[in-house]
Design a protein around this ligand. Structure first.
Ligand SMILES: [Fe+2]
Length: 386
Protein backbone atom coordinates (compact mmCIF):
# COMPACT_ATOMS: atom_id res chain seq x y z
CA UNK A 1 0.00 0.00 0.00
CA UNK A 2 1.09 3.57 -0.60
CA UNK A 3 1.84 5.63 2.47
CA UNK A 4 -0.97 8.18 2.70
CA UNK A 5 0.11 9.58 6.08
CA UNK A 6 -0.44 13.27 5.35
CA UNK A 7 2.03 14.43 7.99
CA UNK A 8 5.11 12.91 6.33
CA UNK A 9 5.76 13.81 2.72
CA UNK A 10 8.72 13.60 0.41
CA UNK A 11 9.92 15.08 -2.86
CA UNK A 12 12.54 12.99 -4.57
CA UNK A 13 14.06 13.82 -7.96
CA UNK A 14 17.38 13.06 -9.73
CA UNK A 15 20.07 15.60 -10.60
CA UNK A 16 18.77 17.34 -13.72
CA UNK A 17 20.97 18.55 -16.57
CA UNK A 18 19.05 20.48 -19.21
CA UNK A 19 19.76 22.33 -22.43
CA UNK A 20 20.37 22.08 -26.17
CA UNK A 21 23.57 20.15 -26.76
CA UNK A 22 23.68 18.79 -23.21
CA UNK A 23 24.17 15.25 -24.60
CA UNK A 24 27.85 16.29 -24.87
CA UNK A 25 28.02 16.01 -21.05
CA UNK A 26 27.06 12.33 -20.99
CA UNK A 27 30.62 11.02 -20.65
CA UNK A 28 31.41 13.38 -17.80
CA UNK A 29 28.21 12.32 -16.03
CA UNK A 30 29.10 8.62 -16.28
CA UNK A 31 32.68 9.24 -15.08
CA UNK A 32 31.46 11.36 -12.19
CA UNK A 33 29.31 8.46 -11.01
CA UNK A 34 32.39 6.22 -10.95
CA UNK A 35 31.65 4.40 -14.20
CA UNK A 36 34.34 2.77 -16.31
CA UNK A 37 32.23 0.49 -18.49
CA UNK A 38 28.80 1.65 -19.60
CA UNK A 39 25.78 -0.38 -20.64
CA UNK A 40 23.85 1.82 -23.10
CA UNK A 41 20.18 0.79 -23.34
CA UNK A 42 18.28 1.98 -26.39
CA UNK A 43 16.08 0.98 -29.36
CA UNK A 44 16.81 0.64 -33.10
CA UNK A 45 14.96 3.88 -33.95
CA UNK A 46 17.29 5.94 -31.76
CA UNK A 47 20.31 4.28 -33.34
CA UNK A 48 18.92 5.08 -36.79
CA UNK A 49 18.39 8.70 -35.78
CA UNK A 50 22.13 8.92 -35.05
CA UNK A 51 21.91 9.73 -31.33
CA UNK A 52 23.76 6.62 -30.16
CA UNK A 53 26.78 7.28 -32.39
CA UNK A 54 26.96 10.75 -30.89
CA UNK A 55 26.54 9.41 -27.35
CA UNK A 56 29.30 6.80 -27.86
CA UNK A 57 31.60 9.49 -29.23
CA UNK A 58 31.16 11.44 -25.99
CA UNK A 59 31.78 8.31 -23.91
CA UNK A 60 35.01 7.61 -25.80
CA UNK A 61 36.12 11.19 -25.22
CA UNK A 62 36.04 10.38 -21.49
CA UNK A 63 37.91 7.11 -22.14
CA UNK A 64 34.88 5.06 -21.12
CA UNK A 65 34.28 1.58 -22.51
CA UNK A 66 30.76 0.58 -23.48
CA UNK A 67 28.34 -2.14 -24.56
CA UNK A 68 25.02 -1.39 -26.31
CA UNK A 69 21.76 -3.25 -25.62
CA UNK A 70 19.39 -2.15 -28.41
CA UNK A 71 16.61 -4.74 -28.35
CA UNK A 72 14.05 -2.46 -26.67
CA UNK A 73 10.50 -2.22 -28.10
CA UNK A 74 7.38 -0.27 -27.09
CA UNK A 75 5.92 -1.73 -23.89
CA UNK A 76 9.23 -3.34 -22.79
CA UNK A 77 8.94 -7.06 -22.19
CA UNK A 78 10.04 -8.83 -19.02
CA UNK A 79 12.38 -11.11 -21.00
CA UNK A 80 14.17 -8.12 -22.53
CA UNK A 81 15.17 -7.02 -19.03
CA UNK A 82 16.64 -10.52 -18.50
CA UNK A 83 18.62 -10.19 -21.76
CA UNK A 84 19.91 -6.77 -20.75
CA UNK A 85 21.01 -7.78 -17.26
CA UNK A 86 22.83 -10.83 -18.65
CA UNK A 87 24.80 -8.51 -20.91
CA UNK A 88 25.45 -6.04 -18.05
CA UNK A 89 26.84 -8.80 -15.79
CA UNK A 90 28.70 -10.73 -18.51
CA UNK A 91 30.51 -7.60 -19.73
CA UNK A 92 31.25 -6.36 -16.18
CA UNK A 93 29.50 -3.03 -16.66
CA UNK A 94 29.29 -0.60 -13.75
CA UNK A 95 26.97 2.17 -14.96
CA UNK A 96 23.79 2.21 -17.08
CA UNK A 97 22.75 4.90 -19.56
CA UNK A 98 19.27 4.80 -21.10
CA UNK A 99 18.84 6.78 -24.31
CA UNK A 100 15.27 6.64 -25.53
CA UNK A 101 11.62 6.96 -24.58
CA UNK A 102 9.93 5.42 -21.57
CA UNK A 103 10.50 1.91 -22.92
CA UNK A 104 14.31 2.22 -22.99
CA UNK A 105 14.34 3.99 -19.63
CA UNK A 106 12.08 1.40 -17.99
CA UNK A 107 14.16 -1.44 -19.47
CA UNK A 108 17.28 0.21 -18.03
CA UNK A 109 15.57 0.48 -14.64
CA UNK A 110 14.65 -3.21 -14.81
CA UNK A 111 18.25 -4.14 -15.67
CA UNK A 112 19.47 -1.96 -12.79
CA UNK A 113 17.06 -3.66 -10.36
CA UNK A 114 18.13 -7.17 -11.33
CA UNK A 115 21.86 -6.29 -11.42
CA UNK A 116 21.87 -5.88 -7.64
CA UNK A 117 18.61 -7.45 -6.43
CA UNK A 118 18.59 -10.53 -8.70
CA UNK A 119 15.57 -12.67 -9.68
CA UNK A 120 13.03 -11.37 -12.19
CA UNK A 121 11.13 -8.08 -12.50
CA UNK A 122 7.94 -9.94 -11.57
CA UNK A 123 9.18 -10.11 -7.96
CA UNK A 124 9.41 -6.32 -7.71
CA UNK A 125 5.95 -5.40 -9.08
CA UNK A 126 4.26 -3.40 -6.33
CA UNK A 127 5.26 -0.69 -3.92
CA UNK A 128 8.80 -0.40 -2.48
CA UNK A 129 9.84 -4.01 -3.03
CA UNK A 130 13.31 -3.11 -4.37
CA UNK A 131 15.54 -3.27 -1.29
CA UNK A 132 19.13 -3.04 -2.58
CA UNK A 133 20.54 0.11 -4.20
CA UNK A 134 20.77 -0.07 -7.98
CA UNK A 135 23.94 0.70 -10.04
CA UNK A 136 24.43 4.32 -11.20
CA UNK A 137 21.71 5.15 -13.73
CA UNK A 138 21.63 8.06 -16.18
CA UNK A 139 18.57 8.69 -18.36
CA UNK A 140 18.51 10.66 -21.59
CA UNK A 141 14.87 11.01 -22.72
CA UNK A 142 14.20 11.23 -26.45
CA UNK A 143 10.46 11.84 -26.07
CA UNK A 144 8.63 14.61 -24.21
CA UNK A 145 6.15 12.54 -22.30
CA UNK A 146 6.93 9.65 -20.05
CA UNK A 147 8.81 11.43 -17.27
CA UNK A 148 10.44 8.05 -16.61
CA UNK A 149 13.80 9.84 -16.40
CA UNK A 150 12.73 11.54 -13.16
CA UNK A 151 10.34 8.96 -11.74
CA UNK A 152 10.37 6.08 -9.29
CA UNK A 153 8.08 4.07 -11.61
CA UNK A 154 8.93 1.37 -14.14
CA UNK A 155 6.38 -0.57 -16.17
CA UNK A 156 7.03 -3.91 -17.88
CA UNK A 157 4.89 -6.19 -19.98
CA UNK A 158 4.43 -9.69 -18.59
CA UNK A 159 4.36 -11.35 -21.97
CA UNK A 160 2.84 -14.62 -20.76
CA UNK A 161 -0.04 -13.06 -18.77
CA UNK A 162 -0.39 -10.10 -21.18
CA UNK A 163 -0.49 -7.67 -18.27
CA UNK A 164 1.56 -4.70 -17.12
CA UNK A 165 3.86 -5.07 -14.14
CA UNK A 166 4.15 -1.79 -12.27
CA UNK A 167 7.23 -1.32 -10.12
CA UNK A 168 7.01 1.69 -7.81
CA UNK A 169 10.06 2.04 -5.63
CA UNK A 170 12.19 4.89 -4.32
CA UNK A 171 15.25 2.70 -5.00
CA UNK A 172 14.85 3.02 -8.77
CA UNK A 173 15.07 6.79 -9.00
CA UNK A 174 17.76 7.56 -11.64
CA UNK A 175 20.88 9.44 -10.52
CA UNK A 176 20.91 11.89 -13.41
CA UNK A 177 18.32 12.97 -15.96
CA UNK A 178 20.07 14.58 -18.91
CA UNK A 179 17.53 16.40 -21.05
CA UNK A 180 18.66 17.65 -24.45
CA UNK A 181 15.66 19.06 -26.37
CA UNK A 182 17.53 18.64 -29.66
CA UNK A 183 16.89 14.90 -29.35
CA UNK A 184 13.17 15.62 -29.85
CA UNK A 185 13.76 16.86 -33.39
CA UNK A 186 13.87 13.31 -34.80
CA UNK A 187 10.62 12.25 -33.10
CA UNK A 188 7.61 11.76 -35.42
CA UNK A 189 4.65 14.14 -35.07
CA UNK A 190 2.45 11.19 -34.02
CA UNK A 191 4.81 10.32 -31.16
CA UNK A 192 5.16 13.95 -30.07
CA UNK A 193 1.36 14.08 -29.78
CA UNK A 194 0.92 10.71 -28.03
CA UNK A 195 3.81 11.11 -25.58
CA UNK A 196 2.80 14.72 -24.98
CA UNK A 197 -0.65 13.53 -23.93
CA UNK A 198 1.03 11.12 -21.51
CA UNK A 199 2.85 14.08 -19.91
CA UNK A 200 -0.42 16.02 -19.83
CA UNK A 201 -2.17 13.11 -18.12
CA UNK A 202 0.67 12.83 -15.57
CA UNK A 203 0.30 16.50 -14.71
CA UNK A 204 -3.50 16.33 -14.32
CA UNK A 205 -3.47 13.10 -12.30
CA UNK A 206 -0.64 14.29 -10.03
CA UNK A 207 -2.43 17.60 -9.45
CA UNK A 208 -5.70 15.97 -8.33
CA UNK A 209 -3.99 13.02 -6.59
CA UNK A 210 -4.72 12.39 -2.92
CA UNK A 211 -0.93 12.56 -2.35
CA UNK A 212 -0.42 15.95 -4.04
CA UNK A 213 1.14 18.69 -1.91
CA UNK A 214 2.68 22.15 -2.32
CA UNK A 215 5.92 20.69 -3.71
CA UNK A 216 4.13 18.83 -6.52
CA UNK A 217 1.26 21.23 -7.36
CA UNK A 218 3.28 24.08 -8.95
CA UNK A 219 5.10 21.66 -11.25
CA UNK A 220 1.88 19.91 -12.23
CA UNK A 221 0.00 23.10 -13.01
CA UNK A 222 2.95 24.60 -14.91
CA UNK A 223 3.24 21.41 -16.98
CA UNK A 224 -0.48 21.65 -17.87
CA UNK A 225 0.05 25.27 -18.95
CA UNK A 226 3.08 24.33 -21.08
CA UNK A 227 1.25 21.46 -22.80
CA UNK A 228 -1.72 23.73 -23.59
CA UNK A 229 0.70 26.30 -24.98
CA UNK A 230 3.13 24.11 -26.95
CA UNK A 231 1.90 20.61 -27.77
CA UNK A 232 -0.13 21.36 -30.91
CA UNK A 233 2.63 23.56 -32.31
CA UNK A 234 5.34 21.00 -31.43
CA UNK A 235 3.33 18.36 -33.31
CA UNK A 236 2.59 20.48 -36.38
CA UNK A 237 5.84 22.43 -36.86
CA UNK A 238 8.48 20.84 -34.61
CA UNK A 239 9.40 24.40 -33.77
CA UNK A 240 12.34 24.36 -31.32
CA UNK A 241 10.66 26.68 -28.81
CA UNK A 242 7.63 24.39 -28.73
CA UNK A 243 9.83 21.28 -28.35
CA UNK A 244 11.67 22.94 -25.47
CA UNK A 245 8.34 23.81 -23.88
CA UNK A 246 7.32 20.16 -24.15
CA UNK A 247 10.66 18.95 -22.75
CA UNK A 248 10.08 21.08 -19.64
CA UNK A 249 6.41 20.02 -19.48
CA UNK A 250 7.42 16.37 -19.49
CA UNK A 251 10.07 17.02 -16.83
CA UNK A 252 7.76 18.93 -14.50
CA UNK A 253 4.88 16.49 -14.98
CA UNK A 254 7.33 13.66 -14.21
CA UNK A 255 8.56 15.40 -11.05
CA UNK A 256 4.96 15.90 -9.94
CA UNK A 257 3.65 12.40 -10.62
CA UNK A 258 6.67 10.58 -9.28
CA UNK A 259 5.99 12.19 -5.91
CA UNK A 260 2.19 12.51 -5.93
CA UNK A 261 1.54 9.31 -7.95
CA UNK A 262 -1.26 9.07 -10.53
CA UNK A 263 -4.94 8.20 -10.82
CA UNK A 264 -7.75 6.46 -12.65
CA UNK A 265 -6.59 7.28 -16.20
CA UNK A 266 -3.41 5.29 -15.69
CA UNK A 267 -5.29 2.61 -13.74
CA UNK A 268 -7.66 2.09 -16.69
CA UNK A 269 -4.88 2.45 -19.25
CA UNK A 270 -2.43 -0.13 -17.88
CA UNK A 271 -4.66 -3.21 -18.43
CA UNK A 272 -5.45 -2.08 -22.00
CA UNK A 273 -1.78 -1.53 -22.78
CA UNK A 274 -0.99 -4.96 -21.39
CA UNK A 275 -3.74 -6.88 -23.18
CA UNK A 276 -3.43 -5.24 -26.59
CA UNK A 277 0.18 -3.97 -26.54
CA UNK A 278 -1.00 -0.41 -27.30
CA UNK A 279 0.90 2.86 -27.07
CA UNK A 280 0.59 4.13 -23.50
CA UNK A 281 0.18 7.83 -24.32
CA UNK A 282 -2.43 7.12 -26.97
CA UNK A 283 -4.55 5.02 -24.60
CA UNK A 284 -4.30 7.67 -21.88
CA UNK A 285 -5.45 10.31 -24.32
CA UNK A 286 -8.57 8.30 -25.24
CA UNK A 287 -9.46 7.52 -21.60
CA UNK A 288 -8.72 10.96 -20.11
CA UNK A 289 -12.05 12.68 -20.99
CA UNK A 290 -14.11 9.82 -19.48
CA UNK A 291 -12.18 9.94 -16.19
CA UNK A 292 -12.35 13.75 -16.09
CA UNK A 293 -16.15 13.61 -16.34
CA UNK A 294 -16.36 11.14 -13.44
CA UNK A 295 -13.67 12.72 -11.23
CA UNK A 296 -14.95 16.26 -11.63
CA UNK A 297 -17.26 16.33 -8.59
CA UNK A 298 -14.50 15.10 -6.29
CA UNK A 299 -11.96 17.87 -6.90
CA UNK A 300 -13.91 20.83 -8.37
CA UNK A 301 -11.53 23.66 -7.33
CA UNK A 302 -8.57 21.80 -8.79
CA UNK A 303 -10.33 21.10 -12.09
CA UNK A 304 -11.23 24.82 -12.23
CA UNK A 305 -7.51 25.61 -11.85
CA UNK A 306 -6.70 23.09 -14.61
CA UNK A 307 -9.16 24.85 -16.94
CA UNK A 308 -7.51 28.16 -16.01
CA UNK A 309 -4.04 26.76 -16.77
CA UNK A 310 -5.41 25.78 -20.18
CA UNK A 311 -6.40 29.36 -20.88
CA UNK A 312 -9.86 29.82 -19.30
CA UNK A 313 -10.44 33.31 -17.86
CA UNK A 314 -11.75 32.62 -14.34
CA UNK A 315 -12.65 36.14 -13.27
CA UNK A 316 -16.21 36.34 -11.94
CA UNK A 317 -16.77 32.61 -12.43
CA UNK A 318 -17.68 30.15 -9.66
CA UNK A 319 -15.21 27.29 -9.49
CA UNK A 320 -18.03 24.74 -9.98
CA UNK A 321 -18.78 26.40 -13.30
CA UNK A 322 -15.10 26.79 -14.24
CA UNK A 323 -14.37 23.11 -13.52
CA UNK A 324 -16.94 22.08 -16.14
CA UNK A 325 -14.75 23.71 -18.80
CA UNK A 326 -11.83 21.34 -18.06
CA UNK A 327 -13.20 18.29 -19.97
CA UNK A 328 -14.21 20.50 -22.90
CA UNK A 329 -10.77 22.09 -23.13
CA UNK A 330 -9.11 18.67 -22.98
CA UNK A 331 -11.38 17.32 -25.74
CA UNK A 332 -10.54 20.34 -27.90
CA UNK A 333 -6.81 19.69 -27.40
CA UNK A 334 -7.22 16.02 -28.41
CA UNK A 335 -9.20 17.11 -31.48
CA UNK A 336 -6.54 19.65 -32.47
CA UNK A 337 -3.91 16.90 -32.17
CA UNK A 338 -6.05 14.67 -34.43
CA UNK A 339 -5.69 11.77 -32.02
CA UNK A 340 -8.21 8.89 -31.89
CA UNK A 341 -11.01 9.22 -29.36
CA UNK A 342 -12.42 5.66 -29.24
CA UNK A 343 -10.76 2.54 -27.84
CA UNK A 344 -12.43 0.43 -30.55
CA UNK A 345 -10.39 2.38 -33.12
CA UNK A 346 -7.24 1.11 -31.37
CA UNK A 347 -8.40 -2.48 -31.85
CA UNK A 348 -9.77 -3.16 -28.36
CA UNK A 349 -12.60 -5.70 -28.01
CA UNK A 350 -15.61 -4.63 -25.89
CA UNK A 351 -16.03 -8.20 -24.61
CA UNK A 352 -12.92 -7.65 -22.50
CA UNK A 353 -14.40 -4.73 -20.52
CA UNK A 354 -15.31 -6.82 -17.39
CA UNK A 355 -11.78 -8.27 -17.16
CA UNK A 356 -10.18 -4.89 -17.80
CA UNK A 357 -12.36 -3.22 -15.14
CA UNK A 358 -11.31 -5.75 -12.48
CA UNK A 359 -7.64 -5.20 -13.28
CA UNK A 360 -8.06 -1.42 -13.31
CA UNK A 361 -9.68 -1.41 -9.88
CA UNK A 362 -6.63 -3.22 -8.43
CA UNK A 363 -4.05 -1.05 -10.23
CA UNK A 364 -1.72 0.80 -7.87
CA UNK A 365 -2.56 4.15 -9.52
CA UNK A 366 -6.22 3.85 -8.46
CA UNK A 367 -5.16 4.29 -4.82
CA UNK A 368 -4.38 7.98 -5.29
CA UNK A 369 -7.33 8.93 -7.51
CA UNK A 370 -9.46 11.61 -5.79
CA UNK A 371 -12.23 9.01 -5.33
CA UNK A 372 -12.61 5.25 -5.56
CA UNK A 373 -14.75 3.51 -8.17
CA UNK A 374 -16.88 0.36 -8.23
CA UNK A 375 -16.39 -2.19 -11.00
CA UNK A 376 -19.63 -0.93 -12.60
CA UNK A 377 -18.42 2.65 -12.59
CA UNK A 378 -15.11 1.63 -14.17
CA UNK A 379 -16.96 -0.32 -16.85
CA UNK A 380 -19.07 2.79 -17.53
CA UNK A 381 -15.94 4.87 -18.05
CA UNK A 382 -14.53 2.32 -20.50
CA UNK A 383 -17.86 2.19 -22.37
CA UNK A 384 -18.01 5.98 -22.61
CA UNK A 385 -14.93 5.98 -24.86
CA UNK A 386 -15.25 2.55 -26.47
FE1 LIG B 1 2.05 7.60 -18.14
Amino acid sequence: MLNQDDTILKFDIPEIIYGRGSLSKIGQCASRLGGEKVLVVTDPGIIKAGWIDLCLKYLLKERLRYVVYDNVVTNPRDFQVDQGVSLYLKKNCDVIIAVGGGSSIDTAKGIAILATNHGSVHEYAGCNLVHHPIPPLICVPTTSGTGADVSQFAIFLDIREKMKLCVLSRAIMPDISLIDPELLTTLSSELIAATGMDAFTHAIEAYVSSLSWPMTDPHAIHAIKLVAQHLVNATRTKDMTALEGMAIASLEAGMAFSNAILGAVHALSHPLGGLYDLHHGLVNSVILPAVLNQNLNHAMPKYARIAQAMGLELRGMRFEEAALHAPEKVKKLIKDLELPTRLSKLGADAEDIPVLAKMAQKDICMQTNPCSYSINEIETMYKEVW
